[in-house]
Design a protein around this ligand. Structure first.
Ligand code: BF8
Ligand code: SF4
Length: 621
């Protein structure tokens, strides 16, 4: 008998495609999750350690078994060390993505990256000026080369402070200096975290967590910020444009190419190749009405933000997209790409292509992209996708796509406001908008897909709280229909009035996960305009369905930047009440913000509203 899938996902496309997958005998992430139950309790609490080979060790949470590992590390040390390594992995992922973009920028300057170009020269000049590069009378490509060099310096250790921390309010920078958490080199902080967490190095759980903040700040104000800025320079700074979301964006009568992963370096070239007249002619010969590029996950968000490319789904939809039978090719780079995808694709005609020298997957053909061959290779791959169109079997596209608007960069938001953040400040001061919340992060099979994001978003906007979102949260809200101007009907009266007069939706798509830095930049602009710190603002971050180490790094840099952050799933820290207390209470006295964990989005909305009202009161609003 066929099962129903209402407990797995709130999305109609997800439920229908799960049924289809079951019929096709395809295993999905939910099946594999159920097969893992019950998951290890020691690991869930962060109490297991395999840092060295005197172990693995574990600490008994009930106090009956061992309370120390072989080396003598107790629960506090083990939990803090494990969390530290999660932060390091997350920061490394975002930052290495940033570095790849800087290398393309350098290639453009040297003329060794054909097909790539500078699409936002103004942003190039502005960012170069922030790096202290003289731009007057200099040619674009010379500036690009100097900026790439200067950014590469930020990755190393030769500095006292990263360049872009200057974007933070002065008070915040002072606090970071005072606490000794000012990030120095992007790679340095990650490397130092790996050093500190080696056996026999940093065994102060507090000092480990403090370095965790520095490590995460090196991501938020370093690696991720560079990733976003260089992407804007190379591919254009986003501006609002219409798009659409859910698997209905695939087209029965066109060649469908799905891009998956994170770095626009690959997906941008694929998109360009799809506009090639010769290849379009080939598609026509094969009986296709065109070539349709759709995204999943964050590289999808990158294309959505800059070109209005449609979004097929978020993290937990990535396997289901293949079950439509309509994906002629899926091209992946790195991060959040389930190694199961190759197996799923084998049940259909989909060609699976991996492209990054640092990311291989079973069941995928590896075709490596580099700045010098990207343009040519992209054309080859798109041709092969076109050839594969005729191998399609049955196609199942059971839903209509939902319209949305994407592309809200800080630049675009300020433009919509007339060039200054003042109208937004006035709306917050008058109480028409109570505050703003960044809803970010993933899907996780532990939570019904999109339920956390969509429920929380609904509750916030109906209470006059502006929502900006990124990553898979942003995709969830697009699928839910919150991203068209007409969605103000879901908003409270104040938010409805403000968004209505600006012609914008009550939920603004801010981009991919590295684009969370756009929230930092906007928060800094608001804080500076009011002459306060970020921690004084009525703003909150939330990650209702997070799963990834990157999300941990984002959460920690948000808190480290002064933003109260509410997590859905509990991180693996409950084995140490000291660590839990520091992260959920103690940090308030250190960085002016802390974490809360609340898996129920209805309750999370209440926590967030209380926090926002508290901050308003303190500001005298
Ligand atoms: O960087 S939100 S599942 S796709 S980690 Fe991954 Fe999470 Fe999606 Fe994007 Ni971000
Ligand atoms: Fe065990 Fe200590 Fe080695 Fe961890 S570092 S595995 S607690 S001996």
């Amino acid at each position: 008998m066929s099962k129903t899938y209402e407990n797995n996902t709130i999305t109609e496309d997800g439920q229908l495609l799960l049924k289809k997958a079951e019929k096709d005998q395809v295993e999905t992430v939910w099946d594999r999750y159920n097969a893992q139950l019950p998951q290890c309790g020691y690991c869930e609490m962060g109490l297991s350690c395999r840092v060295c080979v005197m172990g693995p060790c574990r600490v008994d949470p009930f106090g009956e078994g061992p309370q120390q590992g072989v080396c003598g590390a107790d629960a506090d040390i083990i939990v803090a060390r494990n969390l530290g390594r999660m932060i390091a992995a997350g920061a490394a992922s975002h930052s290495d993505h940033g570095r790849d973009l800087v290398e393309v920028l350098a290639g453009v300057a040297e003329g060794t990256a054909p097909g790539y170009e500078i699409r936002d020269a103004e942003k190039l000049r502005n960012v170069a000026a922030e790096y202290g590069i003289e731009t007057d009378g200099k040619e674009e490509l010379v500036i690009a080369g100097e900026l790439a060099d200067a950014m590469q310096e930020d990755f190393g250790t030769r500095k006292k402070e990263l360049t872009l921390v200057k974007r933070a309010p002065e008070k915040r920078q002072e606090l970071w200096r005072k606490l000794g958490v000012m990030p120095r080199g992007i790679d340095r902080e990650t490397s130092e975290m790996m050093h500190r967490t080696h056996m026999g190095v940093d065994n102060g759980w507090q000092s480990l967590l403090l370095h965790g903040i520095r490590n995460a700040l090196s991501d938020g104000w370093g690696g991720s910020m560079i990733a976003t800025d260089v992407s804007d320079i190379l591919f254009g700074t986003p501006a609002p444009a219409p798009t659409s979301a859910n698997v209905g964006v695939l087209k029965e009568d066109q060649v469908n190419i799905i891009v998956h992963g994170h770095n626009p370096v690959v997906s941008e070239m694929i998109l360009l190749a799809c506009q090639d007249n010769e290849i379009l002619g080939l598609a026509e010969e094969k009986g296709a009405k065109g070539i349709n590029v759709a995204g999943v996950c964050c590289t999808g968000n990158e294309l959505l933000m800059r070109h209005g490319v449609a979004m097929a789904g978020n993290h937990l939809t990535t396997e289901l997209v293949l079950a439509t039978g309509a994906a002629d090719m899926m091209i992946v780079d790195y991060q959040c790409i389930m190694p199961a995808l190759g197996t799923v694709a084998a049940c259909y005609h989909t060609k699976m292509i991996s492209t990054s020298d640092k990311a291989r997957f079973p069941g995928m053909e590896h075709r490596e992209f580099h700045p010098d061959n990207a343009s040519e290779l992209a054309k080859e791959l798109v041709k092969e996708a076109v050839e594969n169109f005729e191998n399609r079997g049955e196609v199942y596209l059971p839903v209509e796509p939902v319209p949305a608007i994407g592309g809200f960069s800080v630049e675009a938001v300020l433009r919509a406001l007339g060039g200054t953040p003042q109208p937004l400040i006035d709306a917050i001061a008058s109480g028409k908008i109570r505050g703003a919340v960044g809803i970010v992060g993933c899907n996780n099979p532990k939570i019904k897909q999109d339920y956390g994001h969509v429920t929380l978003t609904r509750r916030l906007i109906e209470n006059d709280i502006l929502v900006v979102d990124t990553g898979c949260a942003a995709v969830a809200n697009a699928k839910a229909g919150f991203k068209i101007p007409e969605a103000i009907e879901f908003a409270g009266p104040g938010l409805k009035e403000i968004c209505g007069s600006l012609g914008i939706p009550p939920v603004l798509h801010f981009g991919s996960c590295v684009d969370n830095v756009r929230i930092l930049v906007l928060a800094s602009a608001l804080a500076n305009a009011l002459n306060v710190d970020i921690s004084d603002l009525p703003i909150v971050a939330a990650a209702p369905e997070w799963y990834s180490e990157k999300a941990i790094s984002i959460g920690v840099y948000a808190v480290g930047s002064g933003i109260y952050t509410v997590l859905g799933p509990m991180p693996p820290i409950t084995g140490s009440m000291n660590v839990v207390k520091l992260l959920t209470e103690g940090l308030n006295d250190v960085v002016g913000a802390a974490f809360a964990v609340e898996p129920d989005p209805e309750k999370a909305a209440v926590l967030i509203r209380q926090h926002i009202e508290g901050k308003r009161e303190k500001l005298g609003l």
